[in-house]
Design a protein. Structure first.
Ligand code: DAH
Length: 329
């Protein structure tokens, strides 16, 4: 039985000298496994007398219990060491300064269009982008600008062929939408327009937002209210504004709107008016029942005024130093 008494010391020694979970598993198999040392001891007891069996099996079970307990403790110990090593290896230094994340920014023109859309959404308008390749009928004729009309001279048009062109104004959408919808309606049409022009205040492509209301009792005073409120909102202050009588073939009466800049100069920012009865006739809207008002706004122009930009071309030169200035607007 000396052997048995020594056994615990041997096992404990082995357990304490194991450096990893794998070694511990080997010990487990060796002693506690099906063919392990403890089971073999038990098998060997068969030939012993009843009293001896009782005595030795008690000792064997005691050592076995101690072994299980010790292996469990060692397993926890080793797991803790493993975890500690892993944490040390994977630790990150949270005191390091953050790293710069390069980020794009919204183009100031898109920013303005977004602002304009949001303003008009609150007044119940829907927004539609519309076509840029247009035909002569929707861009000119249906808007009461027939061939040889002097108003065509202001639109240095890019023609694809005798009929198709790059739209010179978002007013083309007035025709398309009034033809395909039944009044009442409130729409804005933001988008690109094209004219063959290039200097510090003109680019061959620029943006307009067209507005259109067709309702039963809409009149010029509603138009006036909307434009005043839009301008005050866009510039975030009450600025001097005037409606100046003007002429557009597709509206009557027509007006241009100027705002005062630098306390001395009037600058035109949009055209507007009551939609001409001939235009309403072209789209089969009964002018005796419905009236319509419209406006067309140059997005570059008001964006330049809002941010003090002096050359319209800077919007389209893709100079990051310019564009990045609008990161936080
Ligand atoms: N389409 C005109 C232009 O490009 C602007 C305009 C004026 C639009 C009067 C309108 C309007 O809807 O009623 O010059």
């Amino acid at each position: 039985m000396l052997m048995l008494e020594n056994l615990w010391n041997v096992i404990e020694n082995e357990i304490q000298n194991s450096h990893n979970i794998n070694m511990l598993n080997q010990i487990k198999i060796k002693y506690l496994g099906k063919n392990g040392v403890f089971n073999n001891y038990m098998k060997n007891l068969k030939s012993f007398s009843f009293e001896e069996k009782k005595k030795f099996s008690t000792i064997i079970n005691k050592v076995k219990k101690k072994t299980i307990f010790s292996i469990n403790i060692k397993t926890t110990e080793l797991s803790k060491i493993i975890l500690k090593k892993r944490v040390e290896k994977e630790k990150i230094d949270i005191s390091l300064p953050g790293r710069y994340v390069k980020n794009g920014s919204i183009h100031p023109i898109n920013h303005s269009i977004k602002f304009i859309k949001n303003f008009f959404y609150t007044l119940g308008f829907q927004s539609i982008n519309g076509l840029e390749i247009e035909d002569e009928y929707h861009n000119f004729n249906a808007l009461n600008i027939p061939k040889n009309h002097p108003a065509r001279d202001n639109h240095d048009t890019f023609w694809f062929d005798e009929n198709r062109l790059l739209r010179t104004q978002t007013s083309n959408m007035q025709i398309r939408i009034m033809k395909s919808n039944k009044p009442p309606m409130r729409f804005i049409f933001p988008g690109k327009v094209y004219r063959n022009d290039y200097d510090s205040t003109h680019t061959p492509m620029f943006h307009q937002v067209e507005g259109l209301i067709v309702e039963k009792n809409i009149n010029f005073s509603h138009l006036k209210w909307i434009i005043y409120n839009f301008i005050f909102n866009f510039f975030n202050k009450k600025i001097s504004l005037r409606f100046r009588p003007s002429y557009f073939p597709f509206t009557t009466p027509s007006s241009e709107v100027d705002i005062m800049i630098d306390s001395k100069k009037w600058l035109e920012i949009l055209g507007c008016g009551m939609v001409h009865p001939l235009v309403l006739k072209n789209v089969n809207i009964d002018a005796k029942i419905y009236s319509a008002c419209a406006f067309g706004l140059g997005v570059e122009r008001i964006t330049m005024l809002r941010y003090g930009i002096s050359d319209i071309r800077s919007f389209f030169e893709n100079d990051l130093r310019f564009i990045e200035q609008f990161k936080h607007i």
